[in-house]
Design a protein around this ligand. Structure first.
Ligand code: GLN
Length: 293
């Protein structure tokens, strides 16, 4: 069978299975299976596929129709223009999480500031490591309770050539003693300039979570007790006393958690301003607290 024929059949198959981005997924998977760039597919339409190539592609297509996300099949996902290695031990980076990066860049008075960054529940490392790329003099303490997640984050730090500016801490993010000891050790001061987190924030009984998210992504990265608010509230409270005078604290949250988190951040009494940042769909997505002197 020629490549064009295989691509067309795959697209149709995905459409029949109600996969939304049928063409994109088919192109990404076939390119991956054939070790080509996506654009090269179009230059090789008439190339016949060998039995081995067909078998490889068939296997990738089968995984997709069973619901596995493309990012896990490819082992990579782009976030803020950088490629992140991913596997089933980490949450797949989401575009809405990029708002955290944008907010830090808006806040940052100085691109060359020697900021102390802490990323709680770093997963793939997408938030903290992207900030290190954007802020070349900053240092990061990246915390996760999953050893397997930290392995992924470490690989990403190496690939992004920022490994010398990260300290990874295998710990419950709520264990401030351990995290702050690492901050002091690595940054020379126990105070934080930029605290970022995309904690688990989905309520256990949330009916809107996609089946395949639940089936393939790590449960511990998704769900939180107390209507999803537990880690947002706990972590912001625990780390607020350790923020530097002009610090920023940004956490991703669920679309219905804005009012509760605004109140919660305000009650900490350390922020001059507390704001809800909306995502591109117009939904409440990030809570931002900024100190000021
Ligand atoms: N910090 C990672 C991300 O934003 C992981 C978040 C998580 O596992 N809840 O993708």
């Amino acid at each position: 069978m020629k490549l064009k024929e295989v691509l067309d059949k795959t697209i149709q198959f995905f459409k029949d299975k109600n996969i939304e981005s049928a063409r994109l997924d088919a192109e990404l998977l076939l390119a991956h299976g054939l070790k080509l760039q996506r654009i090269q597919l179009y230059l090789k339409f008439d190339q016949p596929l060998s039995d081995v190539e067909l078998a490889t592609c068939r296997d990738l297509v089968r995984r997709r129709v069973q619901g596995e996300p493309v990012a896990y099949i490819l082992g990579t996902k782009e976030f803020f223009g950088y490629n992140f290695q991913v596997n089933s031990a980490v949450l797949i980076p989401r575009p809405e999480t990029e708002h955290i990066i944008e907010e830090v860049m808006k806040w940052s008075p100085n691109e060359n500031g020697e900021y102390a960054i802490v990323d709680l529940g770093t997963g793939s490392g997408c938030i903290g490591l992207t900030l290190l790329k954007k802020l070349p003099q900053a240092k990061l303490v990246a915390v996760d309770m999953s050893e397997k997640a930290l392995e992924v984050a470490k690989a990403n730090a190496a690939a992004l050539e920022v490994a010398d500016r990260v300290q990874f801490v295998l710990s419950d993010a709520g264990d401030t003693d351990r995290v702050l000891a690492a901050v002091k050790d690595f940054m020379g001061t126990p105070k934080i300039d930029i605290l970022v987190s995309n904690p688990p924030y989905i309520a256990a009984d949330d009916k809107d979570v996609e089946e395949n998210v639940k089936k393939f992504e790590p449960e511990s990265a998704l769900f939180a007790p107390e209507n999803g608010l537990k880690f947002l509230v706990d972590w912001s409270k625990k780390y607020a006393p350790f923020l530097n005078p002009e610090a920023i604290m940004l956490m991703e949250m669920g679309m219905s958690q804005g009012p509760a988190m605004k109140k919660s951040y305000e009650s900490l009494g350390v922020f001059q301003t507390v704001d809800i940042i909306k995502d591109l769909a117009g939904l409440d997505r990030v809570i931002r607290g900024v100190k000021n002197g």
